[in-house]
Structures are given as structure tokens and as C-alpha cells.
Design a protein around this ligand. Structure first.
Ligand SMILES: *Cc1c(COP(=O)(O)O)cnc(C)c1O
Length: 241
């Protein structure tokens, strides 16, 4: 078995143990394999080990790999998780299935209009990125503004509002990790409760949080999608974040 396949088994085991510890069904947590900086061949290896959802951060690099792997498209689901500038939204609207990093209405409006130019594609699945660490560099809307942004996005055509995403500041302290995830989960649940009967929120079911070093804490606090790079593909070179 190759290393990626072995790593995937270990990561799935971590997810399962964390879910059981939190008295949750392991199947309610999806694993997103973050393949930024790794070549298409690594994605193929992961796919052969049963992985289908992949996360990418850099538009140019991602589109190259998506194009190289076009034949495998029926099995692959592509998630854009990196910072997104206006001038890159068209490529994302054309090539991706999901975008986790929407933190401004203008970006959502562009994705909505540009997705509309591809009538054969299904609606683009969108998560609003929230900022829980007051860390500007990582982006994200403040928790207090998340509902208003979600409301505006939920009305746009060609996209579906799926939930929230967060990248808390890294911490070796599990208690601090959990505090940040609690804040995101509470915001998520409050939005769900406030918009319970709103059809624009009927697919608002995704809490995208947790990475290689803190997926246990994220799952303990309700994550439904963990984004794992290093623990699957190994250490990245320095161009990565
Ligand atoms: C790189 C990245 C990840 C994966 O991080 P690892 O620590 O390698 O698991 C997850 N989410 C986002 C937004 C990333 O940029």
C-alpha cells in the first residue's frame, strides 16, 4: 500500500474515534483531502484509496490539476478553500463544485452570475467563511455579521448556501482550539434556528472546520467537514501556508 493510502486510513480512524468520543455518527463527518501543492498523481493515489472530495487553495494550480484529471471528474468533487480575489471568481465558478471561503457579498454575486454562464453545471455550493481569531490575514466575516451576509447570499441564483467555514488561529492547546470551534458552532446553530422555516436555508447543514492538527477538537464541537492536508499528503514545501 502506498503512503497516501496508509495515511488516509489513519485519518479516517482519527475521525471515527473523535466522532465516537463525541457520541456522533462517524458518517456525518466528511473528509476533504487538501491537495494544494501536491501533483495530480497524488490526487489519483488518494482517489484509488477511496477519497473523492479534494480541497485546493490556489486558483491557477487547481485549474491545472482539475484539467489534467478531467477524465476522473465523475468521481471527484472539487472544493475551493483559499482566499478568493474578484479577478479569480470566473475560473472558480467554472471549475469547482464548492467554495468555502466566501466572506464578501461582492464575491458571492460574481460567483452567482458567472456560474449562470454554465447552464449545464449544477448550482455552486457555498460556505461563508467566518473569522473567529481576529486574524485578518486569513479572511472571514466577523461572527456578528455572518447572518446578514448569509441572508444576502441565500437569495442569489445559481448558488446554494451550505454553511459556515472557519480557520481558527493554530494552537497546541486543545482547550483553546475548542473555544474557537465553540464560537463557530454557536453561530452556525443560531443561524439554523433563526432561519428554520426559510427555504433558502434548507441545505444549510455544513460546518467546515478542523485540519490535520485540530480535527478532534473540531469534531467534538460539531464539525461536519474536516479539511485535512498534511496528515494525508505529507509536509508541504514553503510556498504553502
Ligand atoms: C492548507 C489548508 C488546510 C489543510 O491544513 P493541514 O494542516 O495541512 O491539514 C485546511 N484548510 C485550509 C483553508 C487550508 O488552507
Amino acid at each position: 500500500m502506498n503512503q497516501i493510502a496508509v495515511n488516509l486510513i489513519q485519518v479516517r480512524e482519527r475521525i471515527e474515534l473523535a466522532a465516537l468520543a463525541a457520541k456522533r455518527e462517524p458518517e456525518t463527518i466528511e473528509l476533504l483531502a487538501v491537495s494544494k501543492t501536491f501533483p495530480a498523481s497524488a490526487i489519483e493515489e488518494a482517489m484509488h484509496a477511496g477519497q473523492s472530495a479534494f480541497g485546493e487553495n490556489y486558483v491557477q494550480e487547481a485549474v491545472e490539476k482539475i484539467t489534467q484529471l478531467a477524465k476522473l471528474r465523475p468521481w471527484l468533487v472539487w472544493h475551493f478553500i483559499g482566499p478568493l480575489q474578484s479577478n479569480k471568481t470566473r475560473e472558480v465558478a467554472e471549475h469547482f463544485d464548492w467554495v468555502h471561503s466566501v466572506d464578501r457579498l461582492k464575491i458571492a454575486e460574481r460567483l452567482s452570475a458567472q456560474r449562470g454562464e454554465f447552464p449545464n453545471l449544477p448550482e455552486l455550493q457555498i460556505c461563508v467563511q467566518v473569522n473567529v481569531s481576529e486574524e485578518d490575514s486569513k479572511g472571514g466575516v466577523p461572527l456578528t455579521e455572518a447572518l446578514a451576509l448569509c441572508d444576502a447570499i441565500s437569495k442569489l441564483p445559481n448558488i446554494v448556501l451550505r454553511g459556515l467555514m472557519a480557520i481558527p488561529a493554530p494552537s497546541a492547546d486543545v482547550q483553546l482550539q475548542r473555544q474557537a470551534f465553540v464560537a463557530v458552532r454557536e453561530c452556525f446553530q443560531k443561524i439554523q434556528a433563526t432561519r428554520l422555516s426559510d427555504p433558502a436555508y434548507q441545505f444549510f447543514d455544513t460546518l467546515s472546520m478542523g485540519m490535520s492538527d485540530d480535527l478532534e477538537a473540531a469534531i467534538a464541537e460539531g464539525s461536519t467537514m474536516v479539511r485535512v492536508g498534511t496528515a494525508i499528503f505529507g509536509k508541504r514545501d514553503k510556498i504553502s501556508k
